[in-house]
Design a protein around this ligand. Structure first.
Ligand code: GLU
Length: 508
């Protein structure tokens, strides 16, 4: 195989959602697996749809995931420029070459004339009229007008487009690595516009020309581009580049978690999970779309979520580092059918990576959440101890705060249900006695537990009568991590103070 060169080629028309980032990731994995390169090319030929900031957003997203491109707008490279608007001059000669070789033609039809054609065809029972082999024979183009007339119009600077002359009734075969052979009859394809008189190529021409000039070996992109592939194959042939045509792989669509259809931004809003890698604020409407990063996902988790959207390793492994993904990845193991997005699985991945983090690492991530909540003055060492207990019960760092705020402030509210069920006439007295026992105990969880058990024995009480009350005074909650570990972390002074003030408040 010649050098593997793949590209991710987004149009900057808005932030890339997880489908786009998955495409970038699969390109990256494929390139690295095969010792090749991945290129970032910005396809910004449609200036009317340009949304500022999306290029930067994409690069930041990719870096957050932990990978990057070998060539591209932000890093340069031998085949630049990598922004199509900066390559503008380069496309016209190819469009003209196609006209000269008889594979394309100038068309001068005005928007009104095109509309009139469509209306007329609709009336004759054609619901989706196209500018095709039949229509081109009677419209205003270089196939119907005389050479002189065409030249006159061009010289006069009249608006025109260059359209491909789609062959009639021909089987066009596209080989797709994931789907096998896809065959389309050319009669189903229209004479797509390749070049516009504003001097800009359309997506199809620019995409093919750039893939050729940038020596792209494999085109790996979303399934929504499969219908364009036959046109691209024809273009490679018409431009005389068939021998070096890239191989195609169209990735399965991402589907809604519930029901059918493509995953959309609205599904995320509706079902409460992020559809974007990072938060995005729309520059015109100010509307916010939430991202995985800000929702508290770890990049390691996000990477696995993406990797498994349409691919699997063929064994039971479920957690991969980026290097392990490179090692395991192949396009042959990418499925044909749509990949259903599963928000619960996404959380499960995060929980896995949260538990894998050392207490010290977690403490560093946890600290800013504490600050923001107004809990200041705690050492990283102390916070790390709390992480040891809290990480077992959380999927996200912010949940550790919901679960364990009592480590940073004495409770002021007490779980009502537990109080009703467990707080009895004699609970205050029992806890007072217990507190006296703790007074003389070294605050280590095993010692505390020993003393507690001996106390139960002596008093003839069960765990269920005493432990929930103790927990209530110290944490305000009915459930939580090991009580004696909590007390060890809080220390003697704080624990006993809480028991005393808890008793007062619960009795009051
Ligand atoms: N510019 C296209 C997009 O926005 C790229 C399609 C392709 O990869 O060929 O997705």
């Amino acid at each position: 195989m010649s050098e593997v060169r793949v590209r991710y080629a987004p149009s900057p028309t808005g932030p890339q959602h997880i489908g786009g980032i998955r495409t970038a990731l699969y390109n990256y994995l494929f390139a690295k697996k095969n010792g090749g390169k991945i290129i970032l090319r910005i396809e910004d030929t449609d200036q009317t749809r340009y949304v500022p900031g999306t290029e930067e957003y994409l690069i930041e997203s990719i870096k957050w995931c932990g990978f990057d491109f070998d060539e591209g707008v932000h890093v340069g490279g031998e085949y630049g420029p990598y922004r199509q608007s900066e390559r503008k001059e380069l496309y016209k000669p190819y469009a003209e070459q196609l006209v000269k070789s008889g594979h394309a033609y100038y068309a001068f039809d005005t928007p009104e004339e095109l509309e009139e054609m469509r209306e007329r065809l609709k009336k004759t029972g054609n619901p989706s009229p196209q500018y095709n082999a039949a229509v081109r024979t009677y419209m205003k183009n270089s196939l119907t007008l005389s050479e002189d007339e065409v030249q006159k119009r061009l010289d006069a600077g009249e608006d025109y487009v260059i359209r491909i002359k789609m062959p009639r009734n021909e089987e066009i075969k596209v080989h797709d690595i994931i789907r096998g052979w896809v065959v389309v009859n050319s009669n189903q394809l229209d004479d797509k516009v390749l070049f516009k008189s504003d001097g800009m190529p359309t997506y199809h021409l620019a995409n093919v020309v750039d893939d050729h000039l940038m020596k792209i070996s494999h085109v790996i992109r979303g399934e929504e581009w499969l219908p364009s592939a036959p046109l691209h194959v024809i273009l490679y042939r018409f431009l005389g580049w068939e021998d070096t045509m890239p191989q195609f792989a169209h990735l399965p669509l991402l589907l809604k978690p519930d029901g059918n259809g493509k995953l959309s931004k609205r599904d995320g809003d509706r079902l409460g999970f992020p559809v974007f890698p990072l938060d995005w604020i729309d520059p015109t409407t100010g509307e916010k779309s939430s991202g995985y990063r800000e929702a508290g996902y770890f990049p390691e988790a996000f990477l696995n979520i993406l990797a498994f959207l349409g691919w699997n390793p063929g064994d039971t492994r479920e957690h991969f580092t980026l290097d392990e993904l490179i090692e395991a990845f192949s396009l042959e193991r990418v499925g044909k059918s749509g990949a259903k997005f599963d928000p619960d699985k996404a959380k499960w991945y995060n929980q896995h990576y949260l538990r894998l983090k050392s207490n010290e690492e977690l403490a560093k991530i946890f600290m800013p959440y504490l600050q923001e909540a107004g809990y200041t003055g705690f050492s990283e060492e102390y916070v790390a101890q709390t992480c040891e207990l809290l990480k077992e019960r959380a999927s996200f760092v912010k949940e550790m705060l919901d679960e364990g705020a009592f480590f940073f402030a004495a409770p002021t509210e007490f779980d009502q249900k537990t109080k009703e069920k467990k707080w009895k006439e004699d609970s205050a007295e029992t806890l007072q006695k217990l507190s006296a026992e703790f007074e003389n105990t070294a605050f280590q969880s095993d010692k505390l537990e020993e003393v507690f058990k001996a106390f139960l024995e002596k008093e003839g009480k069960s765990i269920g009568q005493v432990l929930p009350c103790l927990r209530l005074t110290i944490t305000g909650k009915g459930m939580g991590p090991s009580m004696f570990h909590i007390m060890e972390i809080l220390g003697k002074e704080e624990s006993l103070k809480r028991i005393a003030s808890g008793i007062q408040q619960l009795n009051g």
